[in-house]
Design a protein around this ligand. Structure first.
Ligand code: SF4
Length: 101
């Protein structure tokens, strides 16, 4: 019984170490504007924009792969807010997003 417990602890500790290493090795820096754009979207996660959710839509907007009008629940005020934000907030390289309406 003691051997099984020790074995379980060793396996758990090994997996924890592997997960910690993986989180460091596979870490991806996220565009800090992504969460801001997500927060400006309606966050209904309805998929009407053709993306699996608002976060994916925000990423598509940042990648210049989506038009703001694709978000059906969003209104003109939302579109103008996102457009103004992205046209005045560069990424870390100083680049701006060309917002498609
Ligand atoms: S249509 Fe708008 S509210 Fe629905 S998932 Fe897309 S971005 Fe979110």
């Amino acid at each position: 019984m003691t051997t099984v417990i020790i074995l379980a602890l060793v396996i758990s500790a090994s997996l924890a170490i592997l997960l910690s290493l993986a989180s460091v090795v596979f870490h991806v820096d996220e565009d800090p504007r992504l969460q801001d754009v997500v927060d400006m979207l309606p966050n209904q996660n309805c998929g009407l924009c053709g993306n699996p959710g608002c976060r994916a839509m925000a990423q598509a907007i940042l990648n210049e792969d989506a038009k703001l009008t694709q978000c059906k629940p969003g209104d003109q005020a939302m579109r103008e807010e996102i457009k103004e934000y992205l046209e005045t907030t560069p990424n870390e390289e100083g680049e701006f997003v060309k917002v498609k309406m």
